[in-house]
Design a protein around this ligand. Structure first.
Ligand code: HXC
Length: 260
């Protein structure tokens, strides 16, 4: 598959994958999601000598500012559920990838962008990074695992605050609350990400893959919150409030929610 929205680069077995739609703050449109699926399902597993992957965003401003709101106007409740389930599956590919995947968060990581960073095994941010799940501003809920993984990283108290208020966390606060492994200026952040991949690559590869599996197993609950999120995301995409929220963002005005 020729990539148009991902730039794939790197050497010595360390691949740097850059989400490359800087004019849209690297928002995840369906093409980018298809390319991410292809990369993690088909391409990366076949690459000889692969040590790990560093995911980052193009431009000065954003890692990823969320799912592409400009594609939202075509959604209804069923398409919303399908979108959430397909996106969750792509992010599970990342979370279950047998080699380390590190998010290098170089700016806004909002909505689907925060969810993408959270699906990675480790997260390093620059001081300008901002994290949040602003979906409620649009009359929506997160759909790519945000309601589940934010609690895993931050704990219920802070996660509930962010999910309900749509407030953003600074990089320093995200570090303090356990979302990040490190905060460093851009060049140093990339150096650290590469060093971490190289350090992990020197260990037993089977042991690393099994450690990732075991860490993920900790979060298999009896009640499947990810499925609950898919159903609830679908319900919100069926509301007039959601259509109003998405239209208001695109028209650059405040939404007028009616509660239906
Ligand atoms: C599409 C987006 C976008 C997005 C930004 N842009 N975010 N386009 N989808 N998520 C576009 C803007 O429309 C604008 O394009 C350009 O990027 C620059 O953005 P500005 O808003 O002008 O920049 P700024 O004023 O600096 O504000 C930055 C920002 C803001 C705070 C990040 O862009 C913002 O709030 N973005 C939306 C964040 C969000 O709500 N994310 C969650 C989406 S829902 P133009 O062409 O106008 O210049 C989601 C659900 C995932 O992610 C689950 C799905 C199942």
């Amino acid at each position: 598959m020729p990539y148009t929205n991902l730039l794939i680069d790197g050497q010595d077995g360390i691949l740097i994958v850059t989400l490359n739609r800087p004019k849209a703050l690297n928002a995840l449109n369906s093409k980018t999601m298809a390319e991410l699926r292809h990369f993690f399902a088909e391409d990366a597993p076949k690459r000889e000598g692969l040590k790990g992957v560093i995911l980052t965003g193009a431009g000065e401003k954003a890692f990823v500012a969320g799912a592409d709101i400009k594609e939202f106007l075509a959604l209804d409740a069923q398409k919303g559920q399908d979108m959430a389930r397909q996106g969750q599956d792509i992010f599970f590919l990342i979370e279950r990838f047998p080699k380390p995947v590190i998010a290098l968060v170089n700016g806004f990581a909002l909505g689907g962008g925060c969810e993408l960073a959270m699906a990675c095994h480790l997260r390093i941010a620059t001081p300008e990074a901002r994290f949040g799940q602003p979906e409620v501003n649009l009359g929506l809920i997160p759909g790519y695992g945000g309601t589940q993984r934010l609690i895993q990283y931050l704990g219920k108290t802070k996660a509930t605050e962010l999910l309900l208020t749509a407030d953003m966390l600074s990089a320093e606060d995200a570090l303090r609350h356990g979302l990040l492994n490190a905060v460093l200026p851009a060049g140093e952040a990339m150096e650290l990400a590469k060093k971490m991949v190289a350090k992990i690559a020197a260990k037993g590869p089977v042991a690393i893959a099994k450690t990732i599996e075991a860490i993920n197993a900790y979060f298999q609950y009896d009640v499947d919150g990810f499925e609950k999120e898919v159903a609830a995301f679908g319900e919100t995409t069926g509301t007039a409030d959601f259509r109003e929220g998405a239209a208001a963002f695109i028209e650059k005005r405040k939404p007028d929610f009616k509660g239906q």
